[in-house]
Every structure is written in structure tokens, then in C-alpha cells.
Design a binder for this molecule. Structure first.
Ligand SMILES: *[C@@H]1O[C@H](CO)[C@@H](O)[C@H](O)[C@H]1NC(C)=O
Ligand SMILES: *[C@@H]1O[C@H](CO)[C@@H](O)[C@H](O)[C@H]1NC(C)=O
Ligand SMILES: *[C@@H]1O[C@H](CO)[C@@H](O)[C@H](O)[C@H]1NC(C)=O
Ligand SMILES: *[C@@H]1O[C@H](CO)[C@@H](O)[C@H](O)[C@H]1NC(C)=O
Ligand SMILES: *[C@@H]1O[C@H](CO)[C@@H](O)[C@H](O)[C@H]1NC(C)=O
Ligand SMILES: *[C@@H]1O[C@H](CO)[C@@H](O)[C@H](O)[C@H]1NC(C)=O
Ligand SMILES: *[C@@H]1O[C@H](CO)[C@@H](O)[C@H](O)[C@H]1NC(C)=O
Ligand SMILES: *[C@@H]1O[C@H](CO)[C@@H](O)[C@H](O)[C@H]1NC(C)=O
Length: 471
């Protein structure tokens, strides 16, 4: 039959159909905030810039040609009009324009004719400078975001220049020559400056690590899964968002499912985190064999009714104190399957399937196996953001112990199960006290998140937030 087609479909769904597990969405509100920040910053640094020198020759009657240089040209006054910045779906990018900019400049002029040197100062004004530029966003082969200038057009409406000092009368007939030259020079230098800035930004994007080690066990891959998606009101970046074990680097046997972060244009940006991201971390830790713990008696609070000492196990396993009196015990706890998270509206659930092996520690150090239990445990948690902190609460929904093997004969598990459950709940109460205080949202040196909202949806967590640049 259509086996070929099937093969093509299957191959295609593996190679081209990688769903992003993390989505970052910049809304128009965020773009406009960024624009205002950049405009303020530009206004500040404009006062400090010095334009490149302009040199040339003018032909003055029988003197022949005189070499001149306009140097140290700096901005004296500049009123930045409000620029406009918008998403351009057609060109997968962002278009920016600034119309009607006027700048007052001042500088020095110098001439030399043979060995005669002369000089003075000048004032210059540029009127109606218009700059229109477009950049395109893309994804390069190794999953970095890329940015390139697709067009730039700068027009200087009118230039006026007034020379002072020295034999400045000499230049008066040539003012229109200077107007033309300066206009062309400035038009081309604005666009080459815009291209330079874009190339600079692109260089930074290319040198950013899209893959980095989180700790000794896990590495995170944040490369783009596809080209940026742009519509009139937002820019959406899809990131792989997958953890790998540094040791095994093996792919988990499950895939990221597609999800759509609801539109919230009232926030500067939105983000979505799929349950796949957490499950890939869980798989990475499981496959590296680090989801295990050794529990010793010293880890148990002194006032807790259960102690890892064979003599105090009487109420739970009556025969144990008789068979092995007065020995300390160890518990080896480990996951027997990958613990899986599932996000449902309002709740994050975690299922844990594991085993516990209990040993008695003989006085010569030998560990004698006593019994093995299987553990099925389900936790659920709620998370929210309150005054800049992520807070949460975890509860134990289900906890079942089953006796799998025993070297000490059969015993009833219910008392032990009840007591262990109480122990876990005490631990969770401590954890909830901490989670109730919350952890601060990630904060950068230059910016912080404000008005953040976190929602657990079916299969993903959505975060909506504004940002504030710190001055
Ligand atoms: C402008 O230059 C002055 C002196 O070099 C410096 O102190 C100031 O920080 C500069 N301002 C900006 C916004 O770069
Ligand atoms: C952005 O600029 C490009 C190139 O100049 C142009 O083709 C595109 O139509 C512009 N987009 C919008 C939304 O104006
Ligand atoms: C990027 O990763 C490399 C190798 O893991 C590391 O040496 C480097 O410091 C990282 N760079 C940044 C900016 O984190
Ligand atoms: C990250 O994922 C991308 C896309 O699957 C892949 O091409 C890239 O090699 C990965 N990077 C690392 C360091 O594993
Ligand atoms: C275990 O408990 C018994 C009775 O409380 C005590 O006598 C014994 O010293 C304990 N064993 C160890 C190794 O602490
Ligand atoms: C509890 O966890 C087990 C083991 O992971 C899982 O199979 C089961 O679906 C979970 N139950 C609930 C209600 O989440
Ligand atoms: C340690 O002591 C236990 C119990 O007394 C005994 O069965 C075992 O053979 C001893 N092991 C060694 C290595 O001496
Ligand atoms: C807890 O686990 C038991 C045994 O697997 C099951 O019968 C029960 O329905 C579970 N309860 C919940 C709330 O998941």
C-alpha cells in the first residue's frame, strides 16, 4: 500500500516535528517597553558621541584645490522624536522607524593649502532626519536565534552649516557643496551604524550558550526547535527545553506534546513550560542512577516514633527484635520507574514508584538484608506567584507500601505504612513552611519581573509577566 508515504510521514514526524517544550512570547507591550528603554538610553549616549571626520577638497578660483577636514563633530542638542517599532509578520522580523529627527552639532574646521594652515569652528544643524530599518529574525543551523538587517534607509531632509573664525569667508560660496557631502556622509553612516549594531547583537546571540550544565548530573538544551513565529502582536520562540543526563545523554522514551500558551496581550511577555521539561529531568536523573538514597537512623528526628534500630521495630515487625536484637538499620530507597510529573489545571502531580530495601548492620559492619518493600506514592502540588515570590504547597495523596520479599518472615505492613506516611507528612509540613514563604523570582542585574502570574494548565505551566528595567 502507501508504505512509502507512511515511512515519509514517520520520518518527518521524527525529524521536522520536534515540539518545543518551552515557549517564550514577547508581546507588543513588551516590544514597546523595550523601545522606550532603548530610546531613553540612546538619548543619553547621543550627547557623548563624536561623529567621524569629514575630509575633502574645494576648488577656490586661482588658488586651486584646498584640503579641508571637519573634525570633532559632536552633538550639542538633539530631540529624539518617538520612534515606532512593530512586528512584521511578512518578513519575520521587526521594523523600526524614527521620523523627523533634528540635531544641532558643533565642531572644528581645518584647511591646509601648501604650508598654510587655517582653522575655526562651525555649527551645523540637521533637520528632518528619517531612518527606516527592518531586521529579520531566524534560526541558524545550531539552534541559535539570528538577527540580520534586511533594509535600512536614512534620509537627511536639510543641512545647515555656519563657519566661524580664520578665513571662514572662503567657505561661504561652498556651503551647498558641504550640504551635499555632509548629507550623503551622514545618510550612509547612519545605516552602516544600524548594520553594525545588528551585527553586534547577532554576534552576542551566536556566542550565547544554548546548552549548559545545570549541575553535575544534568545538562539543559535550550536550542530553538524552529524559526521564530511572528504575528502582528507577538513574537514566539520555541525552545527545546530538554534536560539530559551528562552521563548517559540518552533520549527519554516520551516526546514533548504540543501546547498553546493563551494570548495575554496585557502582559509584556508570556512563557510556557511543558511537563516534558520536568519529566526529561526526571528521566535524566533516573537513567544516571542518582534517584536513590540511603536513610540512616541519624537522619530521623529523635522524637519520631519509628527508629532504625531492630529493637524499636517490635510494634511493626514483632519477630525482628528477637531475631536481630539491638542492631541499627539502613534503608536503601530507589525509584524503580521514572517518576513522572503531570500538569493538570491548577495542580502539578507526581507519581513515584520505588522500592525500599532494609538492612541490619551487624557489629562487624556486615549488612544483613531484612526485607524489601515496594512504594507507590502520589504527590500533588499547587504553585502561585505572590508579591514577586513563587510559592507552593505539596500534599501526599496516596502512599502504599507492599511487602515484596522478606528474610524475617511475613508481617503486616499497615502499621509500618501508617507510621512512614506520618513521617513523610511531617517532612512535607516543614517543606511547605518553606514553600509558603516562597522563593524570589529569578532576577537579573539590569531587570526584574513584575506583575507575574503563574497558571498550571493541562500539560504545561503558563507564566505571564511584565518586566522592569532597573535604573
Ligand atoms: C558621557 O561621557 C562622560 C565623560 O566621558 C561620562 O562620564 C559619562 O558617563 C558619559 N555618559 C554616557 C551616557 O555614556
Ligand atoms: C517591514 O519592512 C520590510 C522591508 O522594508 C517590508 O517588506 C515589510 O512590509 C515591512 N513590514 C511592515 C509590517 O510594515
Ligand atoms: C558556554 O559553555 C562553555 C562550555 O560548556 C563554557 O566554558 C562557557 O563558559 C559558557 N559560556 C557562558 C557565557 O556561559
Ligand atoms: C540541542 O538540541 C538540538 C536540536 O535537537 C541539537 O541539534 C543539538 O545538537 C543539541 N545540543 C547539544 C549540546 O546536545
Ligand atoms: C537500639 O536500641 C536499643 C534499645 O533502645 C539500645 O539498647 C541499643 O543500644 C540500640 N542500638 C544501637 C546500635 O544504637
Ligand atoms: C500515582 O503514581 C503512579 C505511579 O507513578 C501512577 O501510575 C498513577 O497514575 C498515579 N496516580 C495518580 C492519581 O496520579
Ligand atoms: C559478621 O557477623 C555476622 C553475624 O555475627 C556473621 O554472620 C558474618 O559472617 C560476619 N561477617 C564477617 C565478614 O565476619
Ligand atoms: C491509592 O492507591 C491505591 C492502590 O494502588 C488505589 O486503589 C487508590 O485508588 C489510590 N488512591 C488515590 C487517591 O489515587
Amino acid at each position: 500500500m502507501h508504505l512509502h508515504m507512511l515511512v515519509v510521514l514517520v520520518l518527518c514526524s521524527c525529524t521536522c516535528g520536534e515540539n518545543p517544550a518551552i515557549q517564550i512570547i514577547l508581546n507588543n507591550k513588551g516590544l514597546q517597553y523595550a523601545k522606550n528603554t532603548v530610546t531613553d538610553w540612546t538619548q543619553k549616549i547621543l550627547g557623548n558621541i563624536t561623529l567621524p571626520d569629514i575630509s575633502g577638497k574645494v576648488h577656490i578660483g586661482f588658488f586651486g584645490s584646498i584640503d579641508y577636514t571637519l573634525t570633532g563633530t559632536s552633538v550639542r542638542k538633539c530631540d529624539l522624536p518617538q520612534p515606532s517599532v512593530e512586528f512584521s509578520p511578512g518578513t519575520t522580523g521587526v521594523n523600526a522607524s524614527m521620523l523627523g529627527l533634528s540635531v544641532a552639532l558643533t565642531g572644528e574646521w581645518k584647511t591646509h593649502y601648501g604650508c598654510i594652515h587655517d582653522g575655526g569652528s562651525f555649527d551645523m544643524a540637521l533637520f528632518n532626519v528619517d531612518v527606516v530599518s527592518a531586521v529579520e529574525l531566524g534560526k541558524n543551523a545550531d539552534g541559535h536565534l539570528s538577527i540580520t538587517t534586511v533594509s535600512c534607509d536614512a534620509q537627511v531632509g536639510y543641512v545647515d552649516i555656519y563657519f566661524r573664525g580664520g578665513a571662514s569667508w572662503m567657505f561661504r560660496p561652498f556651503v551647498s557643496h558641504f550640504r551635499q557631502r555632509i548629507r550623503r556622509k551622514i545618510e550612509s553612516s547612519i545605516c552602516s551604524h544600524v548594520e553594525e549594531l545588528t551585527a553586534d547583537l547577532d554576534y552576542h546571540l551566536q556566542t550565547m550558550n544554548v546548552s549548559f550544565d545545570v549541575d553535575q548530573a544534568l545538562t539543559m538544551n535550550l536550542s530553538l526547535t524552529g524559526s521564530p513565529v511572528i504575528d502582528v502582536s507577538s513574537l514566539n520562540l520555541g525552545l527545546k527545553g530538554e534536560f539530559f543526563s551528562i552521563k548517559t545523554h540518552s533520549e527519554p522514551p516520551f516526546d514533548a506534546q504540543p501546547f498553546t500558551v493563551p494570548e495575554q496581550h496585557g502582559y509584556m511577555f508570556s512563557a510556557g513550560l511543558s511537563e516534558f521539561t520536568l519529566n526529561s529531568a526526571s528521566y535524566g536523573l533516573y537513567s544516571a542512577g542518582v534517584l536513590q538514597a540511603l536513610i540512616t537512623d541519624s537522619m530521623i528526628p529523635p522524637d519520631f516514633p519509628l527508629h532504625l534500630n531492630t529493637s524499636s521495630m517490635g510494634p511493626y515487625i514483632p519477630q525482628l527484635p528477637k531475631m536481630f536484637p539491638g542492631l541499627l538499620m539502613n534503608l536503601q530507597v530507589y525509584a524503580t520507574e521514572v517518576p513522572m510529573f503531570s500538569f493538570q489545571s491548577g495542580v502539578v502531580r507526581l507519581g513515584f514508584l520505588g522500592a525500599v530495601k532494609a538492612f541490619a548492620i551487624q557489629s562487624n559492619g556486615t549488612q544483613t538484608p531484612l526485607f524489601k518493600l515496594s512504594v507507590i506514592s502520589n504527590l500533588s502540588s499547587r504553585a502561585w506567584v505572590d508579591s514577586g515570590r513563587v510559592k507552593g504547597q505539596i500534599s501526599l495523596d496516596n502512599f502504599t507500601l507492599t511487602l515484596m520479599e522478606s528474610e524475617v518472615g511475613a508481617f503486616k505492613i499497615t502499621a509500618l505504612e501508617k507510621c512512614t506516611r506520618t513521617g513523610i507528612e511531617m517532612g512535607l509540613a516543614k517543606l511547605n513552611e518553606y514553600l509558603g514563604k516562597g522563593v524570589l523570582l529569578p532576577r537579573m542585574k539590569q531587570a526584574q519581573l513584575v506583575n507575574s502570574v503563574l497558571k498550571v494548565e493541562q500539560g504545561f505551566i503558563a507564566i505571564f509577566s511584565d518586566a522592569e528595567v532597573l535604573k
